[in-house]
Design a protein around this ligand. Structure first.
Ligand code: FAD
Length: 493
């Protein structure tokens, strides 16, 4: 009986060992483990998991192929709806999406949909890399099997069989995509499949958005995973121009009036960090999680062969409880610090993925819950020496449905620390709205767009964190895909 097979556990690096390195924590399934796990799927007539996936992947369809051992066919099933399966298999909050809706999960553990998606994507990338290496070998090249394949040299994904391919529909029409995060990549790859001439403009020197600069190597390896997925997008014909800040290097109006772009998608994310507004936040040793993670991930501070400076400190307090807080905490730990997470609610309200909280605990991160900072205290030289906090208790639910934390009068205390990292959320950068007439923003600084991505300016579409505020990879991808459809309709009116 399918439901009697327990969920196949996934192999991981030992917590003590991985706390000292930046290699990937989770090893993923091998082929036998994947087939066994796939055999647990009940193949429901009305699969709730598909409805719970913001890009609507045919989950039972690809799982059926995994169970059969036909990994090539299932990679194609996923590719119809997702341009970043190896990323999503690793970072999506599956417990609140596909796996949270798995019927098997009512009585038993849900099917490990994320781990299966990851297996299929990794298998497919490995096949392509091996095929490329073999071709190079035949041509007398010294390429090694499994070595990362450069963007321009990758074998293209066969378009036959990719649902919705209308290769000539967009022919001759140019679309600019601003930002190379999941929203931009998803929008660009759908448009390219339909034959549009798509250029992504990216402010940083590397593509990927948060996937490149925010999420650490130990959760999402850059060379072997992210680079491969981005190469799949460029193999569809999408061009990526890095080091171009739209609104500074060139404006949206110039792209449309002078460079011949007929539509623009804005997927510029929400990269502007928030602070608490408490005394002492300007002391030396206080950082935003974004700065700390960007130095480490994009600028490779953790590697001896890079000169990027980073202040890891001896004892670090990370304020916040989301994925960003977990990533900052686990990065500081790997750089040699003792790390505390300071969070004002309880463990039940932590917004981070469950797996990240579990891993952080295993690695030795200390959780100071129901605790809220009120002041950062400094020494005579202006460096952080302690975080003054107050104990909290949970009151009535707020508008988010979570119980509000309420300070307990007179319960202030100090946590000695030399570094404080604020991981309190982010908002969109105002540059695009400021330099583009007619683009409206909300009070929170997010671009105004309808649910299909149309903004207040005809021809300009937007989606992802730039519209929703900080959210998730898969929601950004879903928004990018919806906007691609809307752009297609707009350009074919
Ligand atoms: P981004 O990924 O932010 O990409 C926007 C891109 O636009 C950036 O590359 C930026 O440089 C570029 N850009 C900005 N302005 C301009 C301009 N003017 N001109 C040109 N380019 C510009 N989500 C999950 O689902 N699971 C997780 O585990 C998870 N962990 C996270 C960990 C961290 C540390 C962070 C910060 C976020 C995490 N998230 C996670 C959230 C998720 O990464 C984001 O919701 C998602 O990346 C948003 O995608 P996006 O394409 O809208 O924007």
């Amino acid at each position: 009986m399918a439901e009697r097979i327990p969920r196949v556990p996934v192999r991981e690096q030992d917590p003590k060992v991985r706390a000292t390195n930046f290699e990937e924590v989770c090893y993923g399934y091998d082929a036998e483990e994947a087939k066994l796990e796939a055999s647990r799927c009940l193949h429901c007539k009305n699969p709730h998991c598909v409805g719970a996936c913001p890009v609507g992947i045919d989950i039972p369809g690809f799982i059926a192929q995994v169970a059969e051992g036909d990994f090539g066919a299932d990679a194609e099933v996923i590719a119809r709806d997702s341009s970043l399966p190896a990323v999503c298999g690793r970072v999506c909050p599956q417990e609140t999406q596909c796996e949270g809706s798995c019927v098997l999960g009512i009585k038993f553990e849900p099917v490990a949909i994320g781990k299966l998606e990851r297996f299929v994507a990794d298998w497919s990338h490995a096949q392509k890399a091996a095929a490329y290496a073999k071709a190079q070998e035949t041509q007398g090249s010294a390429a090694e099997t499994g070595a990362p394949v450069s963007d321009s040299e990758r074998p293209a994904i066969p378009l036959e069989g990719v649902q919705g391919v209308k290769c000539s529909r967009g022919a001759g029409k140019r679309v600019a995509v601003i930002g190379s995060g999941p929203a931009g990549l998803a929008c660009a790859s759908d448009l390219a499949k339909w034959g549009y001439d798509v250029t992504i403009f990216e402010a940083l020197h590397k593509a990927g958005g948060v996937l490149e600069y925010g999420i650490p190597e130990f959760r999402l390896p850059k060379e072997t995973v992210l680079k491969q997925e981005i190469a799949e997008v460029t193999s569809l014909g999408v061009k990526i121009e890095t080091n171009v800040i739209i609104g500074r290097t060139v404006t949206i109006d110039q792209l449309m009036d002078k460079e011949g772009f007929e539509a623009v998608f804005v997927g510029t994310g929400a990269g502007l960090p928030k602070f608490m507004g408490i005394p002492g936040e300007n002391l030396c040793g206080v950082f935003s999680a974004n700065e700390f993670l960007t130095r480490n991930n994009l600028m490779k501070a953790f590697r001896d062969d890079y000169l990027t400076p980073i202040h890891a400190g001896k004892k670090v307090c990370v304020v916040g409880g989301g994925n960003v807080a977990m990533d900052a905490a686990r990065t500081a730990l790997r750089l040699g610090a003792e790390v505390h997470i300071v969070y004002r609610r309880t463990e039940a309200e932590l917004p981070a993925r469950r797996e990240e909280v579990h891993h952080a605990k295993e690695e030795g991160i200390v959780f100071d819950l129901l605790t809220n900072p009120v002041e950062v205290l400094g020494d005579e030289k202006g460096w952080v020496r302690a975080l003054r906090c107050i104990r909290m208790e949970l009151g009535e639910p707020d508008e988010s449905g979570r119980r509000s934390p309420v300070p307990i009068p007179g319960s202030e205390f100090e946590i000695p620390t030399d570094t404080v990292i604020m991981a309190l959320g982010t908002s969109p950068n105002p540059l695009i709205a400021k330099t583009t007439e007619g683009l409206e923003i909300t009070r929170r600084g997010c671009l105004v767009a309808n649910e299909d991505g149309a903004t207040t300016r005809p021809g300009i579409f937007a989606g992802g964190d730039a519209v929703s505020g900080a959210a998730t990879v898969i929601l950004a991808m879903g928004a990018g895909r919806k906007a691609a459809k809307d752009i297609d309709e707009y350009l074919n009116k």
